[in-house]
Structures are given as C-alpha cells and as structure tokens.
Design a protein around this ligand. Structure first.
Ligand SMILES: C[S@@+](CC[C@H](N)C(=O)[O-])C[C@H]1O[C@@H](n2cnc3c(N)ncnc32)[C@H](O)[C@@H]1O
Length: 288
C-alpha cells in the first residue's frame, strides 16, 4: 500500500481506533526497549506517541532539542521567559525546555488530548513546578470525538501573560476559523512586546499547482484561501494561502515578521540545513 492509500485507510478509523492500533503495533518494540533499559523517564513509549512518527527515546529527545534551537534562533527564547506551548502534545518541546528555562521562567502548555496532558503532568510537571499542562476538551476530528468548539475557546490565561507563545505542527491540524480565534487569543495573552512562532503548511500562487497535484504530500481539496488533504478528516492536514494567513493575522492586529519556507512543498527547491519540513512563521502584535 503506498503512503497516500495508507493515510486514507488510517483516516477512515475513529481517533480511538487509531490510538489503539498504534499502541498494539508498537507494543513488542516498546516492551523490548523497556527490558533493555532504553526508555527515558519523560519520553512516552512509541505506542503512545500519537503526535507524529513514533520515535525511540534518543530520536524523540533530539527532535525536542531541534525545536528548542528553533525557538532560540527565531524568537530569541530566554531562560527567564514565560512561555505558552499551544498543542503541547506529549511533551516533545517541553522536555527540551526543562533544561533551558530556569526557575524564573514559566512554562504553560495545553492540548485537546487528555492522554498527552496526563503523561506530561505525571512526569515533567512533578519534577519541575514551573511547568504546567492543561487539558482542554475541544473537538478535533483527527485527535478526538469531543464536541466543544475551538472557534470560541478562550485560553485559560490572563491578558499580557507570556513573553513567547509558540506552536509546532498544530495549525497544520486545525480549521481556519479555529486558527483565527487562536490568533485573537495569542494577541490577548502575549505581552505587548512579546513574540509568537508557529509552523504551518503555507502555499502561494507560484507553488499551489505543485502542492495540490504533483507533490507526494498533496492537498487536492480547494477551499476559500486554503486547501485540505482529506475531506472526511478535515483536520488531517490543512494548507493555507500566504495571502490569507497575512489577512488573518492583520485582522487581529498581528504582523508577520519572518517567514521561512519549509521543504514539504518541494525538497529540491526549498531544502536547506536551516529549513524545517513545515513552514515557520514569526509574528507579533502590530506596533502602533
Ligand atoms: C502533530 S501534534 C504536535 C504536538 C507538539 N506540538 C509536538 O511538536 O510534539 C498536534 C497537537 O495539536 C493538538 N491539537 C489539535 N487541536 C488543538 C486545539 N484546538 N487546541 C490545542 N491543541 C490542539 C493535538 O492534540 C496534538 O497534540
């Protein structure tokens, strides 16, 4: 079965079935790792890593370190920063941050999957009192069957709380109206001189034809200013037109200050040692 057919088959299952199958599929290798002492205290077994390609502990820690390097490079993350990790998943970025943020720094993360939040609270948050993970039961057709709406969700934090707000691979799995609301909330909880960083799949008129037809990772379903990979699981993967993204940011008095193309669009054209697979966007409150 090729990758595309496998993805279609995977999307046909309910989120619960996907969690169960992943757990069972990786059970033998997870048990082997446990017996050989290859597990890390904060890294979940592969069968629990629902947030991307399941990796062994070493690879998972390296992925988190790479995310930390990106935050240092693009939003000048400081050890004393108060940070918000939207879609904190199962702790990939947070683990790396435990050895970077000092006791004056503050980490908050939230996610719509309870399993991930519980995992992080039973490990990282126990050892690092300045790390807190919050479960928010919002609907996402890739990850759960909850009914509450991310489009009207108010982040559970006060105004002007964070120096930095970031999300890795979250706005690639949300609908545009939900993302619009999250931009509004980011603006509210960021300090006026704060910075935000998020990854996306972003296209423009020059590469739209490629990413919708010929690319191996393609978005064939066209909507108003965005494209979907699959009509049944709309949060499976979403790509947004760059003009629409800029318009969405501007509507919340936010402005894009840096855009780094990801090589998902076309490796031969966009690959460089500092590029990531997804597009990276730095944005901040508009200065008056
Ligand atoms: C691909 S995973 C990335 C997780 C994490 N950021 C990382 O890099 O490992 C996407 C995450 O977004 C979360 N998510 C989806 N919809 C969300 C929403 N409306 N609000 C917050 N998190 C959401 C998912 O549950 C999942 O943990």
């Amino acid at each position: 079965m090729n990758k595309e057919a496998l993805r279609k088959f995977w999307y046909k299952m309910s989120p619960q079935h996907r969690f169960l199958i992943r757990r069972l599929y990786y059970l033998p290798i997870d048990l082997k790792d446990k017996i050989l002492g290859k597990r890390h205290k904060y890294v979940p077994p592969r069968g629990l890593i629902y947030t991307g390609s399941p990796a062994d502990a070493e690879a998972y820690l390296n992925q988190g370190e790479r995310q930390l390097d990106i935050l240092k490079a693009h939003i000048s993350l400081q050890p004393t920063d108060a940070v918000l990790d939207i879609g904190s998943g199962i702790g990939r970025t947070a683990i790396a941050l435990t050895s970077y943020l000092n006791t004056q720094g503050q980490y908050e993360g939230f996610d719509v999957v309870k399993l991930g939040v519980d995992w992080c609270n039973s490990g990282i948050a126990k050892d690092f009192p300045n790390f807190k993970f919050t479960y928010v039961p919002l609907h996402n057709d890739l990850y759960n069957t909850k009914s509450e709406d991310a489009e009207n969700f108010t982040f559970p934090y006060n105004d002007n709380t964070f120096d930095k707000v970031f999300s890795f691979s979250v706005f690639t799995h949300m609908q545009v109206d939900e993302i619009q609301n999250y931009f509004k909330e980011i603006k509210r909880v960021l300090k006026p001189n704060g910075l935000a960083f998020s990854t996306f799949f972003i296209y423009d008129n020059d590469n739209e034809a490629h990413i919708s037809t010929t690319n191996s990772f393609k978005f064939p379903i066209k909507k108003e200013g965005f494209r979907l990979m699959d009509e049944t699981v709309t949060s499976g993967n979403i790509a947004i037109h760059k003009d629409k993204l800029e318009h969405m940011l501007a509507s919340e008095q936010l402005e894009m200050t840096n855009f780094i193309d990801g090589f998902w669009k076309d490796k031969s054209k966009y690959y460089s040692p500092t590029a990531s697979y997804q597009d990276m966007v730095v944005f901040k409150p508009k200065s008056h």
